[in-house]
Design a protein around this ligand. Structure first.
Ligand code: BG6
Length: 482
């Protein structure tokens, strides 16, 4: 109901995430009239800022276009800023008083976004529960990873939240679930007859899920070193993609039906072992053209000199069920690589009974998440012309060509809007999270306990050569460079 007032509170309003992602997203949603009519915004942080100070901090990321200035002013008129501590109840009472002034008879629904480091997570959630809950409407909270560091710490966090809120009030963000092509996975799989009969171990040779970034830690070394690439990207973003690729068809599109299937498929995966992994850490590139490239991971002043934190990881998982047993699911991710890319490659098996003297290459269905969203099938065709030669080509749905005029919203736009709508479909449920940690915790502990040394790779390269070898050993055939 668009008449009900809504209050959106960002904790950590002066921080990086708020400035770069949350405020711009709120502004774009507001600009496009997608938020409930009566939404007001509160920023809360320790910094003694004014609303104008906050506006200045956010401005470089807001991408205000000519002709939008009036609307932009209106957006900031609906904003408030409150400075306070995260521990002190009194400060939350003050925030609550400010909120009440903007509500109509305490009717408003309230959203609390915790853009905060884990260290203040507990007091903030307790204070919200004790002081800031909506009186006559609903209250929802949005939280960001890290959701703990391993199975144990994550369980503590889950238990803590469960004492304060119902599961339906908790929106755990994995922003990959807000990306166009990740959301498309379900449609591709379950909205087409063509793929489902071959989506199994009888036809698929291997599945490769890749995340690559062409830059290093860029000053985030302190945060990164505590977590490493396995916790930063693999355990969440890549495993979420795997679940959507591998899960059985949900009974309906209801969020809990979907999440039930995701949990089920994760339960079929055994704890990951070190022998099924390749770990890497980038070193400086003496021929690098940027300052960043001339810095190895260990050259970052915020990273300890003897750090063994991986900045690259590859892991091979087996899904022990009737559909997938024996099909390697290869997850690989890394920083400071040769390109930016996130994609899924479903590689089909060789054609049986080949009559083309070994010229046939395997089919692949490629779902490119970014950059340049695309869906294409690699297939063999007769080379056009008088000869009977064959070549590999693509059935190609590149969004930039096919959907030229479509606006693809940022992941955060979709996800924040989902919170207003109460749709949990693209958020992580606590049992999903606990399965994800079950798979990765033993190997993470082993790496730390035994100080397993990552293989050095050069900034800007494809990562350790051992990783390509591992893919080949796991029934993934390289035909070019992926
Ligand atoms: C974040 C990680 O979750 O995802 C970052 O913490 C990473 O290290 C980022 O850079 C990648 O997100 P995107 O949307 O740019 O692919």
């Amino acid at each position: 109901d668009s008449k009900i007032p809504h209050i959106f509170v960002t904790f950590g309003a002066s921080g990086d995430l708020a400035r770069k992602k949350i405020y711009p997203t709120l502004w774009w949603l507001f600009r496009d009239n997608l938020l409930p009519m009566q939404t007001k915004f509160f920023g809360y942080a320790r910094s003694k800022l004014s609303k104008d100070g906050l506006r200045e901090l956010c401005h470089p990321y807001m991408k205000v276009r000519p002709g939008e200035t009036e609307k932009y002013e209106e957006f900031w008129r609906l904003n408030h800023y409150v400075a306070g501590s995260y521990e002190t109840r009194r400060d939350f009472e003050m925030l609550n008083q400010e909120i009440i002034k903007e509500e109509q008879q305490q009717m408003a629904n309230r959203v609390f976004y915790l853009a905060l480091p884990p260290s203040v997570f507990q007091p903030v959630t307790v204070n919200i529960r004790n002081v800031c809950m909506s009186q006559k409407g609903w209250t929802r909270i949005i939280i960001e990873k890290p959701f703990g560091k391993d199975a144990q710490s994550s369980k503590e966090l889950t238990d803590h939240l469960a004492q304060l809120f119902h599961e339906e009030q908790i929106f755990r963000i994995d922003h990959y679930l807000g990306k166009e092509m990740v959301q498309n996975l379900m449609t591709i799989r379950f909205g087409n007859r063509i793929f489902s009969p071959t989506w199994n171990r009888e036809n698929v040779a291997s599945v490769l899920i890749t995340f690559k970034e062409p830059f290093g830690t860029q000053g985030r070394g302190g945060y990164f070193d505590e977590f490493g690439i396995i916790r930063d990207v693999m355990q969440n973003h890549l495993l979420q993609i795997l679940s959507l690729v591998a899960m059985e068809k949900p009974v309906t599109c209801h969020p809990d039906d979907i999440r039930d299937e995701k949990v089920k498929v994760l339960k079929c995966i055994k704890e990951l072992e070190l022998k099924d992994m390749v770990l890497g850490q980038y070193i400086r590139n003496p021929n690098g053209t940027t300052e960043d490239a001339k810095q190895g991971y260990l050259d970052d002043p915020t990273v300890p000199d003897d750090s063994i934190t991986p900045t690259y990881a590859l892991a091979v998982l087996n899904i022990n069920n009737e559909r997938w047993d024996g099909v390697p699911f290869i997850l690989r991710c890394g920083k400071a690589l040769n390109e930016r890319k996130a994609e899924v490659r479903i590689q089909y098996q060789d054609v049986p009974g080949d009559i083309f003297e070994g010229h046939t290459k395997r089919n692949e269905l490629v779902i490119r998440v970014q950059p340049g969203e695309a869906l294409y099938v690699k297939m063999m065709t007769k080379s056009p012309g008088i000869t009977f030669d064959m070549e590999e080509t693509e059935l190609d749905l590149t969004y930039g060509h096919r959907y030229k005029d479509s606006y693809l919203p940022d992941a955060y736009e979709r996800l924040i809007l989902d919170v207003f709508c109460g749709s949990l479909m693209h958020f992580v449920r606590s049992d999903e999270l606990s399965e994800a940690w079950r798979i990765f915790t033993p190997v993470l502990h082993k790496i730390e306990r035994e100080r397993v040394k990552p293989i050095p790779y050069i900034y800007g390269s494809r990562g350790p050569a051992e990783a390509d070898k591992k893919c080949e050993e796991n029934n993934f055939k390289y035909y070019g460079s992926y």
